[in-house]
Design a protein around this ligand. Structure first.
Ligand code: FMN
Length: 395
């Protein structure tokens, strides 16, 4: 129902994204879009480029006077660094010298460099990394901010927080929603101030020796209606769609929903969430180890999904590699790089989850205009209320 395509290179003129499927009449607040872009650029452990780029969205289509028209929305984010790359990344033919100046010949282990070179038969790895770079996630975050606007109008909110950086980890069960409200005040976007200090120390230690460090973040969505996604076909299961969305983020290597990896080591009697009913409150689940999804369908609880982020592959003390032409041993090329991107990856995770949830909401409630969509949502809500209020003799 909702689809989007991004385009653009890391040091090209701009990134663009086209989002199709949003209903007309949805408010578009450019400051909210820019705020999310800024959050993606922040976080302790980011490098020099974040000081050069200060991302801002330009809206090229699909919006009039602050509201969507129902046509595809086109967003553009200029690469401010392009000024330094004009001839190198020019779409028009240039002297060979311009290409040679920033050529990359020694593939970096952990990047797309080698796989992309073999795929496209290129020995200038620049032509691989320019698109494989996680700079592309800025466009996803802009699209995700529009999805959040639809979710916000539907009473759904999304937050993310960092659980682990290296050996510094928030122990124990899921952090309550209320603890995540001031997350942006933490330089590592961690809700536990003591663990945050340990995380900063992990990043400093890695940076000092030219290394990098990974970790884990969690995305939480609340206010979700039950019934999003479906168990009737494998590709309609929302857990699968959530997993793909998070796994598609560069550097994410594992994804879990709710209790996730704990599920394999906990007896069923201590894993599953019991079902109670209270007059007034309706169905009550005392725990949420399912992470809001049972059978690939939302069950009305908070959706909680986690992603593990690998240590970023560009190392200031590079690993062994080869020269793509001579095949002689070399150390991997070094591009300007961050030390840790886990806090930023969490912001990208929010955007990806927002896009998946907005798609699932439009699938269930549909509508060409926001009013029509909200009418469908409200009608279904009252059906649920009536359904749950029934007593056996009426069933
Ligand atoms: C927000 C964000 C920023 C990133 N920045 C860097 C970086 O500065 N240097 C780097 O080597 N990798 C960075 N990465 C990770 C690489 O883009 C990623 O590891 C690489 O493209 C290979 O993809 P894969 O790890 O999914 O296999 C970043 C990832 C994210 C999500």
């Amino acid at each position: 129902m909702l689809r989007f395509l991004t385009a653009g290179e890391s040091h090209g003129p701009a990134l663009t994204v086209v989002i199709e499927g949003l209903p007309s009449g949805l408010g578009v607040d450019r400051t909210a879009l820019d705020a999310d872009l800024r959050r993606r650029q922040g976080g302790y452990g980011r490098g020099q480029r974040m000081k050069i780029e200060s991302d801002a969205v330009e809206i090229l289509g699909g919006v009039r006077h602050g509201r969507t028209l129902g046509s595809p929305v086109t967003l553009l984010i200029r690469n401010r660094d392009f000024d330094n790359w004009r001839d190198i990344m020019s779409p028009d033919p240039q002297p060979a010298e311009a290409k040679a100046r920033k050529a990359l010949k020694h593939p970096r282990p952990g990047h797309a460099d080698l796989a992309g070179a073999l795929k496209f038969l290129k020995d200038d790895l620049r032509e691989v990394l320019e698109r494989a770079s996680a700079r592309e996630t800025a466009a996803r975050v802009a699209a995700g901010a529009l999805a959040k606007s639809l979710l916000g109008a539907s009473g759904i909110e999304i937050r993310s927080h960092v659980i682990r950086i290296g050996a510094a980890v928030v122990e124990g069960s899921a952090q309550p929603w209320g603890d995540l409200g001031a997350i942006e005040e933490s330089p590592v976007r961690c809700a536990d101030a003591r663990v945050a200090e340990a995380m900063i120390a992990e990043i400093d230690a890695a940076k000092k020796v030219g290394d990098s460090v990974g970790g884990e973040f969690e995305v939480v969505a609340r206010g979700l209606p039950p019934g999003l996604g479906s168990f009737t076909q494998w590709d309609r299961r929302l857990d699968g769609r959530v997993a793909q969305a998070l796994m598609s983020i560069p550097a994410v290597k594992a994804v879990s929903v709710g209790g996730g990896f704990e599920a394999g080591m906990t007896p069923g009697s201590r894993f599953h969430d019991e079902i109670l009913y209270e007059d007034g409150a309706g169905v009550v689940r005392p725990t949420n180890r399912a992470g809001g999804l049972e059978g690939g369908v939302t069950n009305g609880e908070e959706l909680r999904a986690r992603a593990v982020v690998k240590p970023i592959p560009t190392l200031m003390r590079p690993l062994r590699s080869i020269d793509m032409r001579s095949k002689e041993p070399r150390t991997a090329s070094v591009e300007r790089s961050d030390t840790c991107v886990v806090p930023a990856a969490g912001v990208v995770g929010e955007a990806m989850i927002a896009l998946v949830l907005a798609d699932a909401m439009l699938e269930k409630f549909g509508g060409d205009s926001l009013d029509e969509y909200l009418g469908h949502l409200e009608a279904t809500r009252s059906q649920w209320r009536a359904f749950l209020a029934r007593r056996p003799q009426e069933a």
